[in-house]
Design a binder for this molecule. Structure first.
Ligand code: NAD
Length: 247
């Protein structure tokens, strides 16, 4: 029977690339984000790869939207075998200038929502004999960087959540792991640097002297979702052109 993957933030960037790569591995893919038209574009790519897509519109910071999402996906596909918690936001400002409300907002989308969604999906996976949850972190989880404190905090928390849930849910046949990209050419990075001198400086400090491509992250995540990576759990794996360990 065809397996189903649910990808959050699948309307563009890394999430779209993950959704398409999972379709290439034979998964049907449920796509969640806020922009229906962009999600529809991802759905068309999934169909072209020979898999069945579905589109689900909602907000990561709404517990109700996430609960409805899981109910909708199970109703349409029959199961959720893979969950990729990819949707994320960033906030490039000094810690002293960020409002506590904005700090909480970043934690809500990047950390609390993956927890809420994982706990909604866990009983479904358990009932079907197991599954895989993949949390998209960042090298910023383990690197101290200035002017991005809520993002760094949220991703460090996400890696802690990954280890904790992996240990707790192994008995249900659920693997929980993470992927921590370095810089990847998406809207998130374009909005942060957008062809400026800072971008040249950032690229010059990456040992491979380039940003990653979303498709490179997509293929890595899709591999980890399959039984080929069946002995991997609890870890967050870095994919960054050498940024973290070789600089
Ligand atoms: P992006 O900004 O291009 O896309 C983010 C996606 O998340 C979009 O689909 C957006 O609609 C969705 N999203 C954001 N807030 C949402 C909300 N409240 N409700 C529903 N959907 C929401 O970002 P990206 O570069 O593709 O990043 C994807 C993931 O990869 C994020 O978790 C990000 O932190 C992580 N990451 C990105 C990079 C990079 O260099 N681009 C590096 C490391 C980690």
């Amino acid at each position: 029977m065809t397996q189903t993957a649910l990808v959050t933030g699948a309307s563009r960037g890394i999430g779209r690339a993950i959704a398409v790569a999972l379709a290439g591995e034979g998964f049907d893919v449920a796509c969640f984000a806020r922009d229906r038209d962009k999600l529809q574009e991802t759905a068309t790519l999934i169909e072209s790869a020979g898999s069945k897509p579905s589109v689900h519109v909602g907000d990561m910071s709404s517990d109700d939207d996430l609960e409805n999402l899981v109910n909708e996906v199970v109703a349409q596909h029959g199961s959720i075998d893979v969950l990729v918690n990819n949707a994320g936001i960033t906030e490039g400002a000094p810690a002293s200038k960020i409002s506590p409300a904005r700090f909480r907002e970043v934690l809500e989308v990047n950390l609390i929502a993956p927890y809420v969604l994982s706990r909604c999906v866990q009983p479904v996976m358990k009932e079907h004999g197991g599954g895989v949850i993949i949390n998209i972190s960042s090298v910023y989880a383990s690197q101290g960087v200035a002017n991005n404190s809520p993002y760094c905090t949220s991703k460090a928390g996400l890696e802690g959540l990954t280890r904790a849930l992996a240990r707790e849910w192994i008995k249900d046949g659920i693997r929980v792991l993470g992927v921590a990209p370095g810089f990847v050419r998406t809207d998130m990075v374009a909005n942060a640097f957008g062809g400026t001198e800072v971008e040249k400086l950032v690229v010059s400090r990456i040992p491979m002297k380039r940003f990653g491509e979303a498709e490179e992250i997509g293929r890595f995540v899709a591999f980890l979702a399959t039984a080929k990576a069946g002995f991997v759990t609890g870890e967050t794996l870095v994919i960054d052109g050498g940024q973290r360990s070789l600089v």
